[in-house]
Ligand binder design. Structure first.
Ligand code: ZN
Length: 448
């Protein structure tokens, strides 16, 4: 870009002072923001005032980050109930309606969609964060970013404005059929796209069926993925990277807070978290107590700046793990080591906790397999049985029995669970175009 100096595009950080500050400085910043944010919630949101009073806690009592644990949890049900009681946005809102300039709403797969309101300042903060996160993943002003999400109520839509703020040429393609999207990507020689891991795979396979070689005919260098655990499973990422000849970066977002709250830097070891916007707790879902760093637990979030609707101790239902170890990129924020799945997705088989992402990692590692899979859980004679259907890769000519034995061995060593393995011919399992449905739990029928 002629108008930008090399120094402006070559700098490694969007906001160097913030992104590379010491852990002690992060903690001091977070405590200051938390104290102010809790005061704001208590002073301006009828819900929080009543709930803090009922719990016998007050923002004045917060002297350290651990003091957040005195405050009550909220969850999706609280958001829905309060929205129903005080329509249209609920009484967690802490600003007058005239200050709200934008709302997103969740997809509502488990009930009534809940609205997430933003003030003008909240929206600008969000876009600045998106730009910072894209920058950390290597997006630069001379990139051409193709966004295939609509400006609907879905919180992913406006993320394209973060790429635009960064200075990239932003192509607002919207949700169009795959063939049309491929035409746009090819015509404008887009260098970056954002999609789900399943759709990145599907789009690449569609390109090949259309006679387009993604590696030669297209110019995609970066694929940002979100919405499924696959982006943090190295085997899944590497397969998409090989298909496209591009680098894949996992992002994590939550419709009730931001479009994205964390994303991978170019080191791709975990997702740098938006620590100046959202305070993280990782808790044992049963006891509500913190798990040791690196352990798996439920992600519980507290906003630190979003003034329209503060979220204090929101239980996400996502099972995650984090590290605060230094990253080779020089950024000092904590990193999410991956979403292992949703509490709702967790399968308990013979007393062992298994996430579909555990099985996906094994399926993608074996190149005799296509990487697609389906899990079927049944109960026979009061015992749980897991069947894993996996698909032979088109290029493989080995024996089914050998392939099944190898997969069963890996599964047993990783999860401790024995399963029946069914090998299917190539292209048998349905390809997901959005969030993949890969689990069929038939055990409900036993109880119904
Ligand atoms: Zn990094």
């Amino acid at each position: 870009m002629a108008h930008l100096s090399d120094a402006a595009t070559d700098r490694p950080y969007w906001d160097e002072k913030l992104e590379t500050q010491s852990r002690a400085d992060w903690d001091a910043l977070k405590l200051d923001l938390l104290q102010k944010h809790l005061q704001h919630a208590y002073a301006n949101s009828p819900y929080y005032r009543a709930s803090f009073d009922a719990a016998g806690v007050h923002p004045d009592q917060v002297k350290s980050l651990d003091d957040i644990r005195r405050f009550p949890f909220i969850d999706k049900k609280v958001l829905r109930d309060r929205q129903t009681a005080v329509p249209p946005f609920g009484d967690l809102v802490a600003v007058p309606e005239r200050d709200i300039v934008y709302i997103s709403a969740s997809s509502g797969s488990t009930g009534v969609p809940t609205a997430s309101p933003f003030t003008a300042r909240d929206f600008d903060d969000w876009m600045d964060y998106e730009a910072r996160q894209f920058w950390s993943s290597g997006l630069r002003p001379d990139d051409r970013y193709c966004h295939s999400l609509n400006f609907s109520l879905f919180v992913g839509g406006p993320c394209v404005l973060g790429a635009q703020k960064l200075g990239a040429l932003s192509i607002h393609a919207g949700t169009v059929p795959s063939e049309r999207l491929l035409t746009i990507i090819r015509q404008f020689q887009a260098t970056a796209i954002w999609t789900t891991p399943s759709y990145a795979w599907y789009l690449g396979e569609t390109a090949i069926k259309e006679g387009i070689d993604p590696k030669k005919d297209l110019n995609i260098k970066r694929i940002f993925v979100a919405g499924e655990p696959g982006g943090s499973i190295p085997e899944t990422r590497q397969r998409i990277e090989a298909l496209w000849g591009a680098s894949v970066y996992d992002y994590y977002g939550l419709s009730d807070i931001f479009g994205s709250c964390a994303g991978m830097c170019e080191e791709k070891h975990g997702l740098h978290w938006a620590e100046d916007h959202i305070l993280v707790e990782v808790l044992d879902p049963e006891t509500g107590q913190p798990v040791p760093e690196g352990g798996r637990g439920e992600l519980v979030l507290t906003t630190l700046k979003k003034s329209a609707r503060p979220m204090i101790r929101f239980r996400t239902g996502d099972i995650v793990s984090f590290t605060s170890d230094p990253c080779a990129c020089g950024r000092t924020s904590i990193r999410m080591l991956g979403t292992h799945g949703r509490l709702d997705d967790m399968l308990i088989i013979k007393g062992v906790n298994i996430f579909p992402s555990d099985i996906e990692a094994i399926a993608r590692r074996d190149h005799a397999l296509s990487g697609e899979y389906k899990l079927i859980v049944e109960r026979e004679n009061h015992l749980d049985h897991l069947t894993v259907e996996i698909e032979r890769a088109a290029s493989d000519a080995g024996q089914d029995a050998e392939l099944a034995a190898r997969f069963a061995g890996h599964l047993k060593s990783v999860t401790g669970v024995a399963a029946r393995i069914v090998i299917l011919p190539p292209d048998t399992l349905p390809r997901a175009t959005h969030k993949a449905k890969r689990v069929e739990d038939r055990r409900q029928h036993v109880w119904s």
